[in-house]
Design a binder for this molecule. Structure first.
Ligand code: NIG
Length: 411
């Protein structure tokens, strides 16, 4: 097995507080050794072991590859007109989803696959090394199953979102029966989790609960789109249900924040319950002109926070995690280290991928992602900057200089 030594790292973010300083576990003048797909060694450049190959980072910053834990990238079509109308003052409502559903249903497999591959390529160039994506623009048994199959060939985690909206013309009760029954059965072999859009105009509390229970009945993990368009039951339901994450969170009561924080306190107290990650989507908040999720309050309360791009054609047509991190720092009140951790380790926890042994869509067990420490998957990005602080200090600049995924240089 060939070993690669990356040396001369001016600032290394490990996300392991036992390895370095602060919440980023930062080391100066550091080096990393990669063997095969894994990190083999982390420490000071001065005492780094020899390796077959050597890469000199020349004083620049290295951090874990981004873990984008919330995207909707299996789609066809374009919603520029809807975006223009929004920028002219119209409010976002979930109705636009059906526009993409129509375009997606009529697209051949090759078009969906090419569009997804293009978006994944863009994300990788920007430093993203782990990607989750959802179905949810098919909304028939055949179209949801093909979305899941196509997604599984390109990303690290696939989520079933048949409960995105009730498709145009469908009867809500009959559709709920379909989504919690035959559609779920058809898609389940291709996904690791089930999501529900718990919101006015999509699925109410009772319907959302049925979706989560059906998922649990098949041994699948769960997520919730919650509190995006207004206050509602999404967060409470996600926590009660032990969902991996609840995402959006623009409209939170203090009770919602306490419930999210409490899910982690219970876990630390050894209750055996799963903590629910609070996933914020800064690009979506901006693109829908909705209030920014209260990331600072969520962190201060003790929640585990993730930042994701929510790349989709309606509410957030970007997969730039660098942009999301800069926004979280400049407008949501996070420090750079907090935002970087949320966009890497936080996303990994939201996917259950922070621990050894999680499986990719092919069922292959994977090393942990989201941190740079011995044993973790060798997913790293090099910035053309001396520190990760430049991500927010120089917002919008193309700072990604190199990317390694599973130990291989991909950008
Ligand atoms: O996460 N909120 C629901 N789903 C997507 C939006 C999808 C769309 O408008 O196409 C989201 O923002």
């Amino acid at each position: 097995m060939t070993a690669l030594l990356i040396t001369g790292i001016g600032e290394l973010t490990t996300n392991d507080e036992s390895l370095g300083e602060g919440v980023g576990g930062r080391l100066r003048d550091a080096a990393v050794v990669i063997e095969g797909e894994r990190v083999a060694w982390v420490g000071s450049s001065a005492v780094a072991p020899a390796a077959d190959e050597r890469f000199d980072a020349t004083g620049r910053a290295v951090l874990p590859g981004w873990v984008d834990s919330h995207t909707h990238m299996v789609f066809a079509g374009d919603r520029t007109a809807e975006f223009e109308a929004r920028m002219a003052g119209e409010a976002y409502a979930a109705g636009g989803i059906n526009v993409t559903v129509e375009a997606t249903r009529s697209a051949p497999d090759a078009e969906l696959e090419q569009n997804l591959a293009r978006l994944v390529h863009e994300a990788r160039l920007g430093g993203t090394t782990t990607i989750e994506t959802k179905t949810g623009y098919g909304l028939t048994i055949a179209d949801e199953a093909r979305s899941a199959r196509i997604a599984g060939r390109h990303v690290d985690a696939v989520t079933f979102l048949g409960a995105h909206v009730v498709p145009s013309g469908a009867d809500p009760d009959a559709y709920l029966d379909l989504v919690t029954g035959p559609m779920l059965d058809a898609v389940a072999p291709h996904v690791s989790a089930v999501d529900v859009f718990c919101e006015t105009g999509a699925f109410d509390e009772a319907a959302s609960r049925r979706v989560l229970e059906a998922a649990a009945g098949r041994g699948l993990a769960t997520r919730v789109h919650g509190n995006q368009l207004g206050e509602g039951p999404g967060v409470r339901l996600a926590v009660e249900h032990g969902a991996l994450s609840v995402d959006h969170l623009g409209f939170l009561s203090q009770a919602d924040i306490d419930a999210l924080a409490g899910s982690w306190a219970d876990r630390r107290g050894g209750s055996g319950r799963r903590g629910t990650v609070a996933t914020v989507l800064p690009a979506c908040d901006l693109s829908t002109r909705m209030p920014l999720a209260p990331a600072r309050r969520l962190l201060d309360a003790g929640t585990v926070l993730a930042i994701a791009s929510n790349c989709n054609p309606g509410t957030s047509y970007t997969n730039s995690m660098g942009f999301c991190v800069a926004t979280a720092v400049l407008q949501m009140g996070l420090t750079v280290q907090e935002a970087v951790r949320a966009a890497t380790l936080g996303g990994a926890i939201a996917l259950g991928a922070h621990e050894e042994g999680w499986c990719d869509p092919q069922g292959v067990a994977q090393p942990a992602v989201g941190a740079i420490r011995p044993g973790s998957r060798a997913d790293l990005q090099l910035l053309d900057a001396p520190s990760a602080t430049h991500l927010a200090y120089r917002p919008g600049m193309p700072l990604t200089a190199a990317v390694w995924r599973k130990g291989a240089r991909i950008a």
